[in-house]
Design a protein around this ligand. Sequence first.
Ligand code: NAD
Length: 467
Amino acid sequence: MEETKQKFDVDSAAILVKDLRRTFNSGKTKSYDWRISQLESISKMIEEKEKDIFKAIKEDLAKPEFEAFAAEISMTKSSCKLALQELKQWMMPKKVETSMATYPSSAEIVSEPLGVVLVISTWNYPFLLSLDPVIGAIAAGNAVVLKPSEIAPATSSLLAKLLGQYADKSALRVVEGAVPETSALLEQKWDKIFFTGGARIGRIVMAAAAKHLTPVTLELGGKCPAVVDPNVDLEVAARRLVAGKWVANNGQACIGVDYVITTKEFAPKLIDALRSVLEEFFGKDPMKSKDRARIINSFHFKRLVNLMDDNKVSDKIVVGGRRDESKLQIAPTILLDVPEDSLIMQEEIFGPLLPIMTVERVEDSFDMINKKPKALAAYLFSDDEQIKKKFVENVSAGGMVINDTILHVTVSTLPFGGVGESGMGSYHGEYSFDCFSHKKSVLYRSFAGESPTREKDRERAQARSGN
Ligand code: NAD
């Protein structure tokens, strides 16, 4: 797509929306066949252009190939496959019970597409987080504009090129760009805006949407805690924590572990276990490892260095701490018992730094978590059924995993989304279809069961005609 080669302003955005609205109003995108054909094209695109996709993700983030495959390409493929398999079922009106007051009647819930929708995505999983919502929007029968992140320019430009070749241009378009282009898009009236990114921009998106009463789904972030009870298989827990912190995009994941809470007594054992798993995964010199993505850019590199060099926490580093700006790399770094009011415990870290906070009893962690804005995910490692129950009941978060991290994102039967500061709305699997559909209530009444009234009407009509 060539949209961004020319200046993209408010006028171009208005023309674009008008074009897509014309397509939507023609009814084309509503048909089952059209939806299937678009999903099949996206699926084909991923198959045929896998090498180009790997290349773009590598250029943007130096993501190891196995991670790019597992977390981006394979997940997007599965999402498309599921939609292709289930679409007929999802589109089917759902029969529901009616009330006595409406007797005799029947009722159903009809899923109708919302119209012309905008998907704004972010850079950390630039392929998956752009296409996954688009798949949901198309499955639901909408016309879509995708605005990928300018911070992952190689993937953004590849998406624009490939979707331009594979998708129906009259209903699916990509606009590349940064703040000016996104602002121009946000001035338009959309039928839904789906945004993935930080809460600060989420507020801008929601304010723009409010002007047109446009519904929004906001997939935001936050500080995801992992509580570790001493009552665990330490080796397994340590491996899963390292995977959820450093393997997953080197900490640049919205559901990556942001900080750990454990007991004072257990912390040294946990740190030793993490240190040895880190060595096993990334070698003696993790700065040379090719198995971790790099920090996305120097802005974020400096932001992270600032978090660990903050004089409130710089003497709390117990593992790592090395950095290399020329390679945009920071070693896996663990800090122990940093002050709660330090920057690193106030901001979402989004990088390879891990503070471990200690408490007297595991249950004390619930309070520490609940004092902060609600996280996108919360994790607990414990073998104690009572602790698990209390955690699920007392900790509020978008989603949870007990005895592992981040894996809930792969379960398409679970809605994925935040709560409070971590977002609103959810998607994945059928929830993606629902996210881009209006659930229209339809009540069917017949003319039966009204005979007394109808009899009277008939009598009155006869009297008027004099027969
Ligand atoms: P961001 O919020 O800065 O950018 C996201 C999008 O907003 C980009 O497409 C960008 O072009 C656009 N944008 C930036 N400034 C804008 C402005 N002033 N007006 C309009 N649009 C603008 O992204 P980020 O903060 O770098 O992304 C990281 C955040 O995203 C983290 O908080 C992370 O947790 C969150 N995240 C959430 C999910 C999720 O699924 N919930 C997934 C990935 C990342």
